[in-house]
Design a binder for this molecule. Structure first.
Ligand SMILES: *[C@@H]1O[C@H](CO)[C@@H](O)[C@H](O)[C@H]1NC(C)=O
Length: 211
């Protein structure tokens, strides 16, 4: 703003001094020599203006870098996991008369180690929005249902009742979690799921962004 005012004033000063009021030749000559510095001044000012704008741009850039540094240090938290129900073999899990926390024993990906393959529980390392999906596989007329839980709160269910053969049920949710919040998948009461080395039954989660 200051620069613009200064620049306008200079232009004004220049236009005034270039105005040939004096008709006296000697004076006029002198005036011409006096006028000379004006376009020169404009160039100087333009240079100054450019330099100043460049400086301002680099200041803005510095500020951006600074801000980015802050968000970079936050988003440096990298969280992603995918786990399969079984390490090996084939078999059923359930049915049980109550909810049963599924332990997806084989973590194929576990960046950030927020998922615990011994307990089946994911613990949010930072406040942020996380995406989860899970899938269960059931067979032979016994319901296959599994619920996503945030701490003690039921979020949603993946559910199927296989009438014949095998069926898959899946669901997904993006959740805002506080640091320390726990997410797990629980087999619903009287459900039964089946697993073999094909990795039908999975649980995955990713940090989308911190907040
Ligand atoms: C299931 O997962 C195991 C362990 O990661 C892998 O060795 C196997 O090939 C997977 N099975 C299929 C059908 O992809």
């Amino acid at each position: 703003m200051e620069i613009m005012v200064f620049f306008s004033l200079l232009l004004l000063a220049c236009s005034v001094s270039t105005n040939p009021i004096d008709t006296d030749i000697e004076n006029h000559d002198q005036q011409i020599s006096n006028q000379q510095p004006c376009p020169q001044d404009i160039h100087d000012v333009l240079r100054e203006l450019t330099a100043s704008l460049t400086e301002q741009k680099s200041l803005t850039l510095k500020q951006k870098v600074l801000n980015n540094d802050i968000s970079l240090s936050l988003s440096a938290t990298q969280v992603a996991f995918s786990a399969f129900l079984m390490n090996q073999g084939t078999g059923y899990t359930g049915p049980f008369p109550t909810l049963f926390t599924l332990i997806f024993k084989r973590a194929v990906t576990n960046i950030g180690n927020a998922y615990n393959q011994h307990t089946g529980i994911f613990t949010a390392p930072v406040r942020g929005v996380y995406h989860f999906d899970w899938k269960v596989y059931g067979k032979e007329n016994i319901q296959a249902g599994a619920l996503l839980y945030r701490n003690g709160e039921k979020i949603s269910i993946a559910y199927e009742l296989p009438t014949s053969g095998g069926v898959s049920a899946s669901n997904a949710a993006s959740l805002l979690l506080q640091a320390g919040d726990q997410v797990s998948v629980r087999l619903s009461a009287y459900s039964r799921i089946y697993e073999n080395p094909d990795n039908h039954t999975t649980f995955s989660g990713h940090l989308l962004f911190t907040m």
